[in-house]
Design a protein around this ligand. Structure first.
Ligand code: MLT
Length: 244
């Protein structure tokens, strides 16, 4: 199985995604939030790039069947029901709802991958479920890191490494691209305490400055939302019957 890691969504071409499973990572916080919402019973998550797009989409939904969700530059969007904190996405809030979501980098990365054979959502909160799924599918995988404002983000790379490391026990032959090698190495450096490395990332520091230590703690908790979530035809849904 060939595994490549891409530091940002713009560093992968459509050609490279063809016939591959795209694994989208924005551990702080978009993919952690999407997975928390799906694990807590939301119907679906519809990722959008722009705030205006979310508002336009909402016109197609019955009142009370949807929530407007997301952030801009970490801050809640005025008039939206929920921000991008995974801790807000409780069963009580999201059960049965369609979540129309836009985030600065994460939802953009999901949309970028729409030409891949298969697209799944990954965070530290579902690393074992993702590794299990990839091992079963046996397709080559492209890990697409959302990054921060077009820049490489350490937290996403460590997350890719956590999945790659778990694939070692599950797949006989792994063929790693250079950044996949670095990702696994970085993960192994901090497997006992993920904060040790991730605390040096720009986004971790920004979140700490914004008083979001509890969100970071959740996002760095392994297998907190042990599901597989698939993006297909513009919609992210939980794959039934798959739980790590
Ligand atoms: C994003 O999509 O840029 C992030 O998830 C930002 C955040 O922490 O809210």
């Amino acid at each position: 199985m060939k595994l490549n890691v891409y530091a940002t969504p713009d560093s992968v071409s459509d050609k490279e995604l063809k016939d591959k499973t795209a694994v989208i990572i924005d551990v702080l916080r978009a993919t952690s939030t999407i997975l928390a919402a799906l694990a807590n019973g939301c119907k679906e998550v519809i990722p959008a790039v722009e705030v205006e797009e979310v508002i336009a989409m909402s016109k197609n939904y019955e009142k009370d069947s949807f929530l407007l969700c997301g952030e801009r530059n970490i801050q809640p969007v005025e008039g939206f029901h929920l921000s991008n904190s995974p801790l807000e996405y409780t069963e009580e809030q999201v059960s049965g709802k369609s979540l129309l979501m836009t985030t600065t980098n994460g939802t953009r990365a999901v949309r970028r991958a729409m030409d891949a054979k298969d697209v799944i959502i990954c965070s530290l909160s579902n690393v074992d479920a993702v590794a299990e799924y990839l091992a079963e599918q046996e397709d080559d995988a492209a890990f697409i890191c959302a990054g921060t404002d077009g820049q490489f983000s350490l937290d996403d790379i460590v997350t890719a490494g956590a999945v790659i490391h778990r694939l070692r026990d599950r797949v006989e032959h792994l063929d790693l691209g250079d950044l996949a090698v670095v990702s696994e190495y970085m993960y192994k450096q901090c497997a006992d305490d993920l904060h040790k490395v991730i605390k040096h990332s720009l986004h971790y520091k920004r979140m700490m400055e914004c008083g979001l230590a509890d969100d970071i703690e959740y996002c760095l908790t392994l297998n907190a939302a042990p599901i597989v979530a698939v993006y297909k035809d513009g919609v992210i849904k939980k794959l039934d019957g798959v739980q790590a």
